[in-house]
Design a protein around this ligand. Structure first.
Ligand SMILES: [Zn+2]
Length: 1184
């Protein structure tokens, strides 16, 4: 070390004695230090005395610029005199004991670590080394070590590691040296390379000697030794050593010892440290086995149960629970295969990808479960273990941003020639129609009024677009037939006839009294059975469901039901009470049954679920987000662990199983009855675990072995007032809004009969956590050692003989869509041009409806016809992902608004030509899939090159857009409605080159990129209009993983600048008017309507002149007033940030985008994690 410069001359008060001494010391550095030991001894002793007696002298020595630390360290380096060294070590000790980390930091930055380690090495060569010196050096190293990031490496390279270890070995009983040495060792062992090296030197065994049995003597030594041991056991090699020496059971014994003796909980930190050792040693398979063999599960279970009542012991319980979860023997799901229990043979198997993989697997290898360690997320804390995984995921998403500028630039390539695209002309009749056959006589509002045009019979679906690639129909039928045969049904598939569909037991009962069946007059059970041609035995009707109808009628709960014979009365009552026609204008039970009969499902469903039959009436106010109770997850995990501790309590009784030829219907009064064999249902298996607890397994998407999230099933035979626990045990996502206040949905048939046909949020003690069921690496993208997740909730049923339905989100079936579309056409008001076409037939043989909505022309004059034909196109799609039912409810809101009679709707229709495909994936919806179509693929990843046979709806939807593009009529707006399972609020994803480039910091001069910022206008308008919409959740970045989605393809290939995905939360809102509320169908429908209002405003902004020329002036002013009023009342408090300012009335479309670091999009990308709720924060272990 060079001679440090003293700052003494520079105006420091010369009166300071300590600085004078320091000056003397500095002058001595070098030769004098060695030759004149006596003087250096005296000076250092005086300094020591001064700082021990006068607080201010410490400050003087360590103030910035005093150079004190340098001088002291230099002297330490230069002297050989033991007493001087000891004095200096004491001085340092005094200086570093106070003043917090700052002084230690200074010492480290001035090279203190190196000086002390060198001193340690050189002194160790003396025989014997000075005990006093060793003690002081270690005490100091223990202080500065944690502040020096390189400490571990420095210690290893200088050889200090071994010095400390040897010293310890010789002084295990020397209390004076033991503690400081252990403290340094603890710092050394935090470095993983050191940990291995220390293990080899026998430090693991050494620590076991130190920690010994329970003793209140020297608890600080104990604690440090345990922490060191814990750090060492993180190394797999050390863990193996510990296992080989039976030290896992030793640790358990020590833990029990402390648990028994520390009755007043004075030493929880020691107990926690012992658990820390167990936690680390069980990261390895060997460790887990040793733990189980040593009866660790039982020991930790019992100790934890005794700790549970004492809140201050929570950290012990949480760590114990973490260890037990890790060591819980992994099980396979009790399934014959993880592939869907429904088979659907594809016309051809795609060349590559997951479906090809699935088809190429040899039989029996689909469920490959290995014992690999799944450590990385095992380290996380119990109650919060899902948080960090989300972080990682979001990091990965950031890596996903497209960086290839060439790919970002829109590529307007016409992939299909116009000649071929002409086949789509028929979907644009309004562009060539002369409206001669329509009665356009003027009427009421001044807008052309006429009955809606007679809907062309659904044109024959496009099955043979030009090019002659006819889908192999025969093959398809064969496939279907095969799937039916596998389900044990001999009939080849024909058109579904009235007779071929029976009805669900509940609606069955209801329908018998309905006008649908001639058997309505005949109320005997035989008559009913006779009315149901096949599939339903009379005994089916004698179950609780028929009791339901009977008692519902006889109990007098049904007003107005005839008081005649029980049966007749009941049916009359059932018929009358859920009369929702007035409340639910688009719902009609009879029509629903008709529609359901035309729906083709792979399992050939013969039943209809009651909620779909009876309809759903949204509550008038949204329901609050559930507060999570303290320690819920822990309590659930303990119940799971009890399965192992008290195996005799476990029933393991299968009460529902789709994989059995005849799904068992157990009716012994001891178990709940389950059913989900109806449209969109997807429960695969139910196992009664305990008297009131059921494990439920969801079916995978057809032609897939995963995607379990959506659920919809029926429960009956419940006991009133008893709390049931339900566990869906094969969830896959790493986290869920069920951890953040989202509840499941329940529909009670008794409530419906009582006049409240309603899905409602329900369930208590809801949480979502990783469980002990192994996931096959084949179903986990090749990752080994993964587990499934459990979503658990409890329900207490309120009504006797009820039939209840549970769902992930508000169900919306394909048959419901067909019913709604038909009712919309019936209700459709004057002046509305509404046409329904069949875009194509799906793989499963269901027509995919497509709507055209606009205003009728004012007259057949060329001017008016040209106005109609010149309207910009708005293209809307929804429900490509079947599990995202919220998208359908938003779409329902849009459709109702668009076909409605409000002045806003009238002017909106006059502005645009709407092309709407409300359900892009009918087959997925019908068959209860979560994500895929029958081809086992995510249709929203097929837009780049959709396959005509496998992805017909996408192929033709893209065809329509390509056609529009070819005739220079590319849409002004394209929007695909989705649901989002991880975020709150409603928001949009759009596409912007600039914002993508800016996010990735690609080396492209972004100033050279010219981009119209109009893509921001619509989301901005929505953030002003729609209470659930949040601008700050929107993103306009183009991700690589999304390059085959509708949004990106429509933007890039078709040049639609305003191309969006609109995501609606499945949970609720954390901003705006609905803050703290769960989302309901009313709010979702409102969102769909508000999108329409925003489109109207967008029109005014994009073409202000057109408005004046093409609107009747006398209604114009009125409309503006109405609209402004609506906007004013709907406007929620929009936070003023640079990018969400409110657009003034006639502001131009182009607005500035703030590209600075604190723009809201930036924040969204950098901090996308969910904030923890208060209760979750409270659940956090303060000690870990
Ligand atoms: Zn989606």
């Amino acid at each position: 070390m060079n001679k440090p410069k003293m700052a003494l001359e520079k105006g420091v008060p010369s009166s300071s004695r300590v600085l004078m001494l320091l000056g003397q010391l500095e002058r001595m550095n070098g030769e004098a230090m060695l030759s004149d030991a006596e003087v250096s001894r005296q000076i250092t002793s005086k300094i020591l005395h001064l700082i021990q007696t006068q607080e201010k002298t410490r400050k003087e020595l360590t103030t910035k610029g005093s150079g004190g630390m340098e001088v002291i360290l230099a002297s330490l380096e230069n002297t050989r005199d033991l007493q001087t060294i000891l004095n200096i070590l004491c001085i340092l000790n005094e200086l570093l004991s106070v003043g917090g980390g700052r002084r230690i930091g200074v010492c480290v930055s001035k090279g203190g670590t190196g000086v002390l380690l060198q001193l340690l090495i050189s002194s160790s060569k003396e025989t014997p080394p000075s005990e006093e010196l060793m003690m002081h050096v270690h005490t100091l190293l223990a202080k500065i070590g944690p502040k020096d990031r390189k400490f571990g490496v420095k210690a290893r390279l200088t050889g200090a590691l071994n010095v400390t270890v040897n010293l310890l070995k010789q002084n295990v009983n020397n209390n004076k040296l033991l503690l400081p040495c252990l403290q340094v060792l603890r710092v050394y062992s935090a470095n993983s390379v050191n940990a291995v090296s220390l293990g080899k030197s026998g430090v693991v065994e050494l620590m076991f000697k130190v920690i010994g049995p329970y003793s209140k003597k020297n608890t600080s030594v104990m604690k440090v030794a345990l922490d060191t041991l814990g750090a060492l056991l993180k190394s797999k090699m050390n863990a193996r050593r510990a296992v080989e020496r039976a030290q896992v059971s030793a640790l358990l014994a020590i833990y029990q010892d402390w648990h028994r003796n520390d009755t007043r909980h004075r030493h929880t930190l020691i107990r926690k440290s012992i658990l820390g050792c167990l936690k680390n040693v069980t990261n390895s398979k060997l460790g887990r086995k040793a733990f189980t063999d040593a009866d660790g599960m039982r020991i930790l279970y019992h100790t934890s149960t005794e700790c549970l009542p004492v809140r201050t012991l929570d950290s012990l319980v949480n760590t114990s629970s973490l260890i037990m979860r890790k060591c819980f023997p992994k099980n396979r799901l009790p399934l014959p295969t993880i592939k869907s229990s429904y088979q659907y043979a594809l016309p051809h198997v795609p060349a590559g990808g997951p479906v090809a993989q699935l088809y190429n697997q040899p039989p029996g290898v689909d469920d490959v479960v290995d014992e690999s360690d799944d450590n990385e997320d095992m380290e996380l804390d119990t109650e919060n273990d899902t948080e960090n995984e989300e972080d990682d995921k979001d990091k990965a998403e950031n890596d996903d941003i497209e960086t290839d500028i060439a790919k970002l630039r829109p590529r307007l390539t016409q992939t299909r020639p116009l000649d071929e695209l002409r086949v789509y002309e028929r979907f644009f009749l309004e562009l060539s129609e002369d409206f001669q056959g329509f009665d356009l006589t003027d009427s009421r509002a001044g807008i052309g009024v006429t009955p809606a045009p007679p809907l062309p019979k659904p044109p024959k679906p496009i099955t043979v677009p030009a090019g002659g690639q006819a889908p192999p129909k025969g093959h398809l039928e064969a496939g279907l037939a095969a799937s039916r045969l596998e389900k044990g049904e001999p009939h080849p598939l024909g058109p579904l006839e009235l007779e071929s569909i029976g009805l669900s037991r509940a609606p069955e009962k209801l329908l018998m009294g309905d006008s649908l069946s001639p058997a309505a007059q005949d109320h005997t059970p035989q008559g009913e059975a006779g009315a149901t041609p096949r599939g339903l035995e009379p005994s089916d009707l004698s179950g609780s469901l028929s009791r339901l109808a009977l008692e519902g009628g006889g109990g007098g709960a049904l007003s107005g039901s005839g008081g005649g014979s029980e049966d007749g009365g009941a049916e009359q009552g059932v018929l009358e009470v859920p009369d929702t026609a007035a409340m639910l204008p688009l719902h009609d039970p009879e029509l629903y049954i008709q529609m359901a009969k035309g729906t083709r499902s792979v399992p050939s469903y013969a039943e209809v679920a009651y909620p779909d039959y009876c309809g759903h009436l949204a509550p008038s106010t949204p329901e609050p987000i559930l507060e999570r109770a303290y320690g819920v997850q822990r309590a659930k995990i303990f119940q799971d662990i009890e399965r192992l501790i008290h195996p005799n309590d476990i029933l393991d009784k299968v009460v529902y199983d789709l994989d059995l030829q005849s799904c068992p219907v157990i009716d012994d009064g001891e178990s709940l009855k389950f059913n989900s064999q109806f449209e969109s249902g997807n429960l695969r298996k139910a196992v009664q675990v305990r008297k009131f607890e059921y494990d439920l397994i969801l079916n995978s998407d057809i032609n897939s072995n995963h995607y379990h999230q959506w659920f919809y099933f029926e429960v009956s035979s419940m006991q009133v007032g008893t709390t049931y626990r339900f566990n869906i045990i094969n969830c896959e996502k790493a986290n869920s809004q069920f951890n953040y206040g989202m509840q499941v949905l329940m529909y009670s048939v008794q409530e419906a009969i009582g006049g409240r046909p309603q899905w409602g949020r329900t369930g208590q003690d809801i949480c979502y956590y990783k469980n002990h069921f192994s996931r096959s690496s084949i179903a986990a993208g090749g990752q080994k050692g993964k587990s499934y997740y459990t979503m658990t909730f409890t329900v207490t049923f309120q009504h006797k003989d009820d039939v209840c339905y549970f769902a992930y989100h508000y169900p919306y079936t394909y048959s419901t869509l067909k019913m709604h579309l038909q009712k919309l056409q019936e209700k459709c008001g004057d002046g509305v041009y509404l046409r329904e076409d069949v875009l194509c037939e799906t793989l499963g043989g269901n027509p995919c409806p497509m709507l055209t909505i606009t205003a009728m022309p004012d007259s057949t004059s060329p001017t008016h016809l040209n106005q109609l034909r010149g309207r910009p196109v708005v293209f809307l799609t929804a429900r490509v992902h079947p599990g995202e039912t919220n998208a359908s409810w938003v779409m329902k809101g849009t459709l109702e608004f668009l076909t409605g009679s409000s002045p806003l709707a009238q002017s909106l229709r006059a502005c645009y030509l709407f092309k709407i495909i409300p359900m892009l994936n009918p087959d997925g919806v019908i068959n209860g899939s979560h994500r895929c179509s029958l081809s086992g693929e995510d249709l929203n990843r097929q837009w780049q090159s959709p396959n005509l046979e496998l992805h017909p709806t996408i192929y033709h939807a893209k065809g329509l857009l390509q056609y529009l593009n070819a005739i220079q009529r590319a849409p002004l707006v394209f929007c695909d409605y989705h649901g989002h399972s991880r975020k709150k609020n409603v928001f949009m994803y759009g596409c912007s080159i600039k914002e993508t480039v800016w996010q990735t910091n690609i080396n492209a001069p972004s100033c050279e990129l010219h981009e119209d910022l109009g893509y921001r206008t619509l989301p901005k308008l929505l953030s002003q209009l729609a209470p659930a919409f949040s601008m700050s959740s929107c993103s306009f970045v183009v991700e690589r993983s999304k390059e085959a989605t509708a949004r990106v393809v429509v933007w890039r290939e078709l040049g639609v600048q305003r191309s969006y995905t609109m995501e609606s939360t499945l949970c609720g809102c954390d901003q705006g008017k609905y803050k703290g509320m769960q989302i309901g169908t009313r709010e979702l429908e409102e969102m769909g309507a508000q999108l329409c209002v925003a489109l109207l405003r967008l029109h005014r902004l994009t073409s202000p002149l057109e408005l004046h020329t093409h609107m009747h002036t006398h209604t114009h002013t009125h409309l503006l007033e109405v609209e402004n009023e609506l906007i004013e009342t709907q406007r929620c408090s929009v936070t003023t940030s640079p990018t969400t300012y409110v657009l003034a009335e006639d502001e131009p479309v182009l607005e500035e985008v703030d590209y600075s670091a604190d723009s809201d999009t930036d924040q969204d990308l950098q901090d996308p994690t969910e904030p923890l709720s208060d209760s979750e924060l409270n659940d956090k272990d303060p000690l870990s």
